[in-house]
Design a protein around this ligand. Structure first.
Ligand code: BG6
Length: 500
């Protein structure tokens, strides 16, 4: 079935700050190139890379070409590149506006807007290290680039959005001193994933799940984002950040909001984000109690898929005495009508046995075991609905049936819907979806100011305790599911982590 038609976005010039960085050539430009190949970019679209390194247009294009062929080889096409690349340019400049970089950008933009007929629309993407965000925002304002009489201006902000509540509020103030909220698109790439968007379809386009989606029928929810990779080549960033800030503040809390939110009045950006923000308002404040509500861990040497791997402190660029967490498990309660006393267990970690992001809705057991006498089994195990976010995207429902043969024996079976083989349509990458939505001015899949600030506010007690209590970091061997303390956290209430 073909995708429903969408009106094409307005013509525009997109400016990427941090153009010579990794994100640009690994993710952003491969996504733009795929959109171009799918005829989803506006007919007049041009890209300006702005960065500190001296590069010619030719150097920049060669680097982007290399990025697509290395990181998205299945998208490559010589013919499409020959049509796409002439609209890519590079401008060298500093991020603090010294040496007139932003004035040159203004001149270049208006030239390009005329050449390619892009009207006066421009979209700025902040893909630099976060320290450069505020200088760039100021530079744009001083050069008068933040406003347009005949067109629109938008700004996209990559994560991390702040490193605590105060810095996130400061960044929001800096943005809102120059742009309106509807011009600001804060990126959380999880929201662009097809399976994450599907949470709302599953819940609100079907009548069988929603009546059960509450404390009457759900025992608990597990949200797991496991990664087999370690610190990779980002030790500098990661060691200053840790798993709580890197994964929980944004991706895991976003998944929590989508699973727990009330149905929005409409599917527009404000209605959806209103409901998401309410979830975080209902979050019961953590007191930072180690063991019962939070566990933090760090991987030591171990094995992944049969290969030995070093411990976190032996990774290149990580201080040998680092106390940064690479694993977090949390118990969360939402104090509202729907979720009263239903625990949500969240966990994320690096160097776990495999990559697996999933949400498991674990239902309450039957109130009485009709089969106990004949089967000798206790109350049957609970039904579980698993939303597999990645990989092997899909949805699976586990329930009990009669085992074939004489006698009464229960046997669990799984009804499984795998995305790729069932729907047979190319799923866009997260960045394709997000870039297209931003070009169309749709902010639904971007985080609003209040969501970001509520999320940081929620983590404040943990960050405060962690800043002065260094004793509670549990080591776990790479290739295991985290420290045993994480099993005790969920096990204390008679529950257990699923094995994804
Ligand atoms: C990023 C984190 O936001 O998300 C990384 O900074 C993490 O540490 C990544 O590896 C995970 O994203 P994905 O799409 O691979 O699940």
């Amino acid at each position: 079935m073909p995708a429903p038609p969408q009106s094409p976005p307005d013509p525009c010039v997109m400016v990427i700050f941090g153009a010579s960085g990794d994100l640009t050539f690994r993710k952003l430009v491969p996504a733009l190139f795929q959109l171009f190949r799918d005829d989803r970019l506006p007919p007049c679209f041009a890209l300006v890379g702005y960065g500190r390194q001296p590069l010619s247009d030719g150097d920049f294009r060669a680097r982007l070409r290399d990025g697509i062929t290395r990181f998205a080889p299945d998208r490559w096409s010589d013919a499409a590149w020959a049509r796409f690349s002439p609209n890519i340019h590079y401008l060298q400049g500093s991020y603090d506006g010294r040496e007139g970089g932003f004035d040159r950008l203004r001149t270049r933009l208006s030239q390009m807007q005329k050449e390619c007929g892009a009207g006066d629309n421009a979209m700025f993407y902040l893909a630099t290290p976060p320290a450069a965000y505020q200088p760039i925002i100021r530079g744009l304002a001083e050069a008068g680039l933040e406003r347009s009489v005949h067109g629109w201006r938008r700004i996209l902000v990559e994560k991390p959005f702040g490193s605590d509540l105060a810095s996130a509020q400061e960044l929001n103030r800096a943005l809102l001193a120059v742009f309106r909220e509807r011009q600001i698109f804060r990126i959380d790439h999880y929201l662009g994933k097809e399976t994450v968007q599907n949470i709302l379809m599953l819940r609100f386009a079907n009548s069988i799940f929603e009546p059960l989606w509450n404390q009457k029928y759900i025992d608990h929810v597990q949200i797991t984002a496991a990664e087999a990779i370690g610190a990779e080549d980002r030790a500098g960033y990661y060691d200053a950040t840790g798993a709580l800030r890197d994964m929980v503040q944004n991706h895991l809390l976003q998944l929590l909001m989508l699973v727990a939110m009330e149905p929005p009045v409409e599917l527009d950006a404000e209605s959806v984000r209103d409901e998401k923000a309410k979830v975080l308002r209902a979050l019961r404040p953590w007191r930072g109690e180690f063991g019962t509500e939070v566990v933090r861990g760090q991987y030591s040497a171990g094995e992944i898929a049969g290969e030995p791997v070093v411990g976190y402190r032996q990774e290149k660029g990580v201080p040998p005495d680092s106390r940064t967490e690479t694993f977090v498990a949390l118990r969360v309660f939402l104090d509202n009508w729907r979720w009263a006393e239903v625990p949500f267990f969240l966990r994320t970690g690096k160097r776990l046995p495999k990559q697996a992001t999933e949400i498991a809705i674990v239902f309450k057991r039957t109130p009485h075991s009709l089969f106990a006498k004949s089967t000798g089994q206790d109350v049957p195990p609970p039904n579980v609905l698993v939303l597999r976010i990645q990989p092997n995207e899909g949805i699976a429902l586990r329930f009990e049936v009669k085992a074939p043969g004489p006698g009464v024996h229960l046997q669990p079976v799984v009804m499984d819907f795998p995305y790729d083989s069932s729907l047979g349509r190319h799923a866009p990458t997260a960045y394709e979806t997000l870039l297209l939505d931003a070009l169309r001015g749709d902010g639904t899949l971007f985080t609003r100011r209040d969501e970001v600030e509520y999320a940081w506010r929620a983590l404040e007690p943990l960050l405060a305790v962690w800043s002065h209590d260094a004793s509670t970091l549990h080591l776990y061997a790479a290739g295991t599911w985290g420290p045993p303390a994480a099993d005790r956290l969920i096990g204390a209430s008679g529950r257990a982590w699923r094995c994804p």
